[in-house]
Design a binder for this molecule. Sequence first.
Ligand SMILES: C[S@@+](CC[C@H](N)C(=O)[O-])C[C@H]1O[C@@H](n2cnc3c(N)ncnc32)[C@H](O)[C@@H]1O
Length: 234
Amino acid sequence: MSGSPGWSRQYDLIASEYAAKNEVSAYNAHYERPATIGLLGDVRALRVLEAGCGAGPLTQWLIEHGASVRAFDISPAMVDLARSRVGDRADLFVADLAAPMRFAADGSFDLIVASLVLHYVEDWVPVLREFRRLLAPGGAVVFSTHHPTADAKAFSPDDYFASKLVSERWDYGSGIDVRFWRRPLSAMTRAIVEAGFVISNLVEPEPTPELQQLDPELDHRFRTQPQFLFFRLI
Ligand SMILES: C[S@@+](CC[C@H](N)C(=O)[O-])C[C@H]1O[C@@H](n2cnc3c(N)ncnc32)[C@H](O)[C@@H]1O
């Protein structure tokens, strides 16, 4: 596996390997997932839409905590993995977050979760407007994305304010270039406000206490350079 795969299908090429790593990786298991779950609150009996569900670790958590879940991903291979994980306990389907979400009527969901997926989309405004449309009164969106300062250091050291398509080499198979959009915090908040949301919480989490024992080096990295940023919107 090498080179830069088609934009919309890059996860198809790495689905199984990504799913296995995601399960145990400090980035996901000891940093991203606990922080996202911390922002969800009580999901019992909530109608939840999960965008970019990947292989379904959060889908499973949502189901096991009493939510009724519809979940989608642009990668058919990822959706297959999620399906083998949760079976028919969730309604899983292939869809593109960047396209109009015709699969659901206005006000269909109490909660929308988008974990580590929005950085694959250039323009957040239409996506967030669709989320707004799909939410019932009193509903909320919870999402995580790359921390803008982490991406600035790596990809835009001379211009923090640039929003741009960048590519990162991941050590999967013989290597794969994964593309995503880096943007400054102000571009995120501008899109959130333009789509009619209010930020009710913004979190820069610390890694779980166990990580200090499990992987002191990564614990240090997360404490000196935040990797992800978390929002709850209403
Ligand atoms: C970093 S993974 C996160 C997966 C999952 N949310 C998790 O935390 O385990 C990003 C996922 O977003 C999906 N994705 C990327 N672009 C997408 C898009 N435009 N619409 C829907 N899903 C997308 C990928 O296929 C991949 O499964």
